[in-house]
Design a protein around this ligand. Structure first.
Ligand code: TYD
Ligand code: MG
Length: 427
C-alpha cells in the first residue's frame, strides 16, 4: 500500500494532501513505499521461544574517555548499542565525541567536516587517538560494505551527522524524513548485526524539533540530548531514552578554549559572588540523578501597567510558575496582578526538579517585598496546591551537602511546613 509522508515533519497520510496538517508546509507530501517492507503474502510459521531459553543481552560496558558521558549512559557503551546524540548546531556535539572516543578504535564518518578540519580540531584539543579512521563516504550501502571489509573491527562507529547520510534506494535528498528513516534503519541493522556500537549525531533546532531526528527516537536504544545556551559555557547532557540504563543522570560540561571539561563542582551554576544579597535571588538545592546540585533562581517583580501582567520564565517550567503564583496569591494574600514577573535560572540551564519550588516561591516573595534572602540560605522542597511544603527525593543528601559547603541548614519541609511559615521566616 502506498503511503504519503511529509518530507518536512514526517506526518503520514493514506492520501496525498497539498498542505501538511502538522507543520503547515505546502507540497511536502511524497509517496513512499516502505523500503524495508518485507511482509509475507502467505501464512507464515509461528515461532515461539521459551523464556528460559532466551539469552540475556551481553551488557558488558565499554567506558568512553569521558566519565560524564558514561554516567549518563549508565557506565559506558553496550555492545551493538545505537545512540542518537541530538542538539542544536554548534552546541558541541562533535567536540564531545572527539573527546570521548580517544581510547577506542573509532570509525568516524563525517559529512559535516573534512578530514583536515577534524584533524585540526583534534590537534587543538590535544587528543591522541588510540586508533581513528576517518571517512567521508556518505552512502549507507558503501558504509556497510566498507565496514564489513575492514581488517580490524572498530570499537565504535560515529555518524556525524545523520542529516548527511543517504541510501541509494530512496529518491529524496539527504536530510529529508524519508532518507533519515531508511538510511538510519540500515545503519542500525549494521550495528545490530555486527555488534559494533554506533553513535548517530542528529541536529535539532528549537523551532524544528518535530522534524528529522525526532522520527528516529523509537528506532534507537538511547537518545542523548546535549543542551546549553550559546552565551553560556555550560552544557548539560541528558538521556531522554535509555534502554540499557536510567534516564535520570545528567552529565555537566563546561566549554572552554581547549574543549569540554567535566564539571564536578556542585556549585558550578551558582554565581561566583554567592555572598551578594539582593532581592529576588534564591539558591536552590536539587538532586540531579545521584548527586546534589545548587542553582541560583532570579526573580524580578516590577510594577505592571498592563491589563494582563507579564510572566516571562526561563529555565523552569512555565506552568509550574503559574501554579506557584496562584499558591502565593491564595495563601499569602499577596496581590501579584500589579507586577510583571520575570524568572530566570543562572547559567542557561533547565532545572526540572520539583525540589526547586520552594526556592522559586522564596525568590518571588523576596522580589515583591523587596527584601533580600540571607546569602547562605538554600531552599529545597516541593510546594503543593494547598500551600504545603513537601519532602523531596534526596532531601537528606542535599542538606548534608549544603552543610559541607558551609551554607546554613537549608529551608525544607523539615523547617517550614507551609508557604505561610516560609513567608514568616524570610520577611
Ligand atoms: P561543535 O562540536 O562543532 O558543535 P556541533 O558539532 O554540535 O555543531 O562545537 C562548535 C562550537 O564549540 C564552536 O562554536 C566553537 C566551540 N568550541 C570551543 O569553544 N572550544 C573548543 O575547544 C572547541 C573545539 C569548540
Ligand atoms: Mg558537528
Amino acid at each position: 500500500m502506498a503511503q504519503f509522508v511529509c518530507t518536512n515533519c514526517g506526518e503520514g497520510s493514506a492520501a496525498w494532501i497539498g498542505r501538511c496538517p502538522a507543520c503547515g508546509e505546502w507540497n511536502t507530501f511524497k509517496e513512499m513505499r516502505e523500503a524495508g517492507e518485507q511482509r509475507s503474502k502467505t501464512v507464515q510459521s509461528f515461532n515461539t521461544t521459551a523464556f528460559s531459553k532466551i539469552k540475556a543481552l551481553d551488557k558488558n560496558r565499554t567506558p568512553t574517555g569521558l566519565f560524564e558521558l558514561d554516567r549518563v549512559l549508565g557506565g559506558g557503551i553496550v555492545k551493538g548499542e545505537v545512540i542518537l546524540l541530538t542538539g542544536e548546531p554548534g552546541v558541541g556535539k562533535s567536540t564531545l565525541l572527539l573527546q570521548s572516543l580517544k581510547n577506542l578504535n573509532t570509525l568516524y564518518i563525517s559529512g559535516e567536516e573534512s578530514a583536515e578540519q577534524v584533524k585540526e580540531r583534534a590537534d587543538r584539543l590535544r587528543i591522541d587517538f588510540k586508533s581513528f579512521l576517518f571517512s567521508d563516504t556518505l552512502q549507507v550501502e558503501a558504509i556497510i560494505k566498507g565496514t564489513d571489509e575492514l581488517s580490524a573491527k572498530p570499537d565504535v562507529i560515529v555518524i556525524d551527522s545523520v542529516q548527511t547520510i543517504y541510501t541509494k534506494d530512496v529518491d529524496a535528498p539527504p536530510g529529508s524524513v524519508s532518507q533519515l528513516r531508511e538510511a538510519s534503519a540500515r545503519l542500525i541493522r549494521l550495528s545490530k548485526e555486527s555488534g559494533i556500537p554506533m553513535i548517530i549525531v542528529g541536529h535539532v533546532t528549537k523551532e524544528g524539533e518535530v522534524a528529522g531526528p525526532k522520527t528516529l527516537e523509537h528506532m534507537v536504544d538511547a537518545v542523548l540530548n546535549f543542551e546549553g545556551e550559546k552565551i553560556s559555557n555550560f552544557r548539560v547532557l541528558r538521556a531522554q531514552k535509555n534502554r540499557f540504563g536510567s534516564t535520570d543522570e545528567i552529565g555537566i560540561f563546561e566549554m572552554k578554549g581547549e574543549g569540554l571539561s567535566e564539571v564536578n563542582n556542585p556549585l558550578a551554576f551558582v554565581d561566583e559572588d554567592k555572598e551578594l544579597q539582593v532581592p529576588g535571588k534564591a539558591l536552590v538545592g536539587v538532586m540531579e540523578g545521584k548527586r546534589p546540585l545548587f542553582f541560583e533562581i532570579q526573580t524580578l517583580a516590577s510594577t505592571s501597567f498592563l491589563p494582563m501582567p507579564r510572566r516571562v520564565v526561563k529555565g523552569v517550567d512555565y506552568n509550574k510558575v503559574l501554579l506557584l503564583l496562584a499558591v502565593i496569591d491564595k495563601h499569602l494574600k499577596l496581590n501579584l496582578s500589579k507586577f510583571d514577573i520575570y524568572i530566570n535560572v543562572i547559567g542557561g540551564v533547565d532545572v526540572k526538579s520539583p525540589a526547586a519550588d520552594l526556592g522559586i516561591v522564596a525568590s518571588i516573595i523576596s522580589s515583591v517585598k523587596n527584601v533580600p534572602l540571607g546569602s547562605s540560605t538554600v531552599f529545597t522542597g516541593e510546594v503543593g496546591l494547598l500551600g504545603e511544603v513537601r519532602k523531596i527525593y534526596g532531601q537528606e543528601r542535599i542538606i548534608s551537602e549544603a552543610k559541607r559547603l558551609k551554607f546554613n541548614t537549608p529551608l525544607s519541609s523539615l523547617t517550614v511546613r507551609t508557604v505561610k511559615e516560609l513567608f514568616q521566616k524570610i520577611i
